[in-house]
Design a protein around this ligand. Structure first.
Ligand SMILES: Nc1ncnc2c1ncn2[C@@H]1O[C@H](COP(=O)(O)OP(=O)(O)OP(=O)(O)O)[C@@H](O)[C@H]1O
Ligand SMILES: [Mg+2]
Length: 489
């Protein structure tokens, strides 16, 4: 027996409920007046199927996710011949949709299809197809999101450079050029993984250089002719827009999450919200004020990142430092959580570039931070120590730092990014990435090596091994040392 909860706008309420009541093996357990009633009934464990209308006030991605968390499948009702309403339901990851004037056969079929949806998903999870650490409900949302994204997967944005730079200086296609050419541009697309990898750039408190590494990495990849989206998901102090000299009037991530929540985010919309600011590099700017963090909710950000994988070939996310899960501190599992943007980005990532500073205080934080990182779902961590200089730790800083990280964190392979205040400060002042402003900076070279190590397929032909390997300077400190943390190869 299927136990149905309905939440429908009043114009259709009685007609749909009457049809449902007439179906075999179906009981309408509760006819809810609004979203709040629906959620409280679902939380109380009633019902196994929710029938909601596309115009239901307050219906968003978080509501759908919460219903699924209660193991309730969701069917959406839309006006007949209203493609917009049906699309909106699909963008809310509701793939089972029925027109309001559908007959009993169609309804019966949808209720059975809905059951099949959930069964398939559970089988996939049993077979290990679900992401590590993802709940069935999260996987359900992800599967449905993928299905929704498939609808528009044939679409690709035009390559026009969108406005948005604060700088008055005109940019041209050669702006990312090194030695006068744009590597990879105009050549055949590079082979790479089918699914665009998400690279989360994270690091502990103390400003170790997450944003510097994330922006340089994204610009480096774009400069190789591979489309990349840089997402500023730092809800404590996003500054990618300022770093790259962009106007931050449009809070990209808040707008994208709002659209995702309302079921209005598709590839064309995401491409408008995350414009290409230099050739190949799209940016989803961060929150202009940290106090707006509740606008970036997990379900919406998951959807944004999922769609981002369709929009570009690599997604780089600049994350905040804090990994605490407020859910453990509170019984209210529905309230926004301060760190959900960071935790969601890490969980969605294929690899985490974990950035630590190179002085004794920063290194201690890094060791603790890496331990903490090991306790949350995330991609494989790649430790990177930034701002390496002898003034902070003594002579031969790389060797000293590597030895301490081996001793205190058991790290057998660490990457180093040198300190280059003139280069990095100059780029900040100019509102340009290091790749544009100081292409010969040792920081840029170290991040280019990191890019090649993580994503070898982005490297220009004949340059697949990173400089560090070529020079034989890789810190191989023990038997567990890996030769590469390449993603998607
Ligand atoms: N390799 C480097 N050489 C010199 N200066 C650097 C380097 N990396 C970062 N910096 C500087 O260190 C400061 C902090 O860097 P950044 O903003 O990238 O850190 P963050 O971890 O993102 O900090 P926040 O907590 O503010 O997000 C900035 O002034 C930046 O210019
Ligand atoms: Mg930052």
């Amino acid at each position: 027996m299927t136990e149905v909860l309905t939440a429908l706008s009043h114009q259709w309420e009685s007609a749909v409920a009457t049809t449902l009541e007439g179906l075999r093996d179906v009981t309408v357990t509760r006819r809810c007046a609004d979203v709040s009633e629906l959620l409280s009934v679902a939380d109380a464990g009633l019902g196994d199927t929710a029938v909601v209308s596309s115009d239901l006030r307050g219906l968003d991605l978080a509501v759908v996710k919460r219903l699924r968390a209660n193991r309730i499948r969701v069917i959406g009702v839309h006006p007949a011949d209203d493609e917009g309403a049906e699309r909106r339901l699909r963008q809310l990851t509701i793939t089972a949709t029925v027109a309001v004037d559908a007959g009993t056969d169609r309804w019966q079929q949808s209720l059975e299809d809905g059951a099949a949806d959930v069964d398939d998903l559970e089988a996939a999870l049993r077979d290990g197809a679900g992401r590590d650490g993802a709940s069935p409900a999260e996987a359900a949302a992800a599967a449905a999101a993928a299905a929704a994204a498939d609808e528009v997967s044939g679409w690709r944005p035009a390559g026009a450079v969108a406005p948005g730079r604060a700088s008055d200086e005109p940019r041209d296609a050669g702006v990312l050029a090194v030695d006068g050419e744009v590597p990879g541009r105009g050549t055949a697309p590079r082979p790479g993984p089918e699914r665009a990898p998400v690279v989360a750039v994270w690091g502990p408190t103390g400003a170790p250089g997450r944003t510097t590494v994330a922006t340089t990495l994204a610009a480096e990849i774009a400069g190789r002719g591979v489309e990349v989206l840089l997402v500023d998901a730092d809800t404590y102090g996003g500054c990618v827009a300022q770093t790259l000299g962009l106007l931050d009037e449009a809070p990209g991530i808040a707008a994208a999450c709002r659209a995702a929540d309302q079921g209005l985010l598709d590839l064309p919309a995401l491409s408008r919200i995350a414009p290409e600011v230099v050739p190949g590099l799209r940016v989803l700017t961060g929150l202009p004020k940290a106090e707006r963090w509740p606008e970036v909710r997990a379900a919406a950000l998951e959807r944004v990142l999922e769609l981002s994988r369709e929009l570009v070939r690599v997604v780089v996310v600049d994350c905040a430092f804090c990994l605490e899960d407020d859910e453990e501190l509170s019984y209210d599992t529905v309230a926004p959580r301060r760190n959900e943007a960071t935790l969601t980005s890490l969980a969605a990532s294929d690899v985490v570039v974990a950035v630590g500073g190179a002085d004794p205080v920063a290194l201690q934080r890094f060791v603790r931070g890496l331990q903490e990182l090991g306790t949350v779902p995330s991609g494989e961590p790649v430790p990177v120590v930034n701002r390496v200089r002898s003034g902070a730790v003594g002579s031969r800083p790389e060797s000293r730092i590597a030895d301490s990280l081996l001793r205190f964190a058991g790290l057998t392979s660490v990457r180093f990014v040198p300190d280059d205040a003139p280069g990095v400060d100059g780029a900040l002042l100019a509102g340009r990435s290091l790749v544009e402003h100081a292409p010969d900076s040792p920081v840029r070279h170290a991040v280019a090596d990191l890019a090649t190590g993580l994503l070898p397929w982005t490297a220009p032909p004949g340059d697949r091994r990173d400089r560090r390997d070529r020079r034989g300077r890789r810190r191989r400190l023990g038997p567990g040392s890996r030769s590469s943390s390449a993603v998607g190869t």
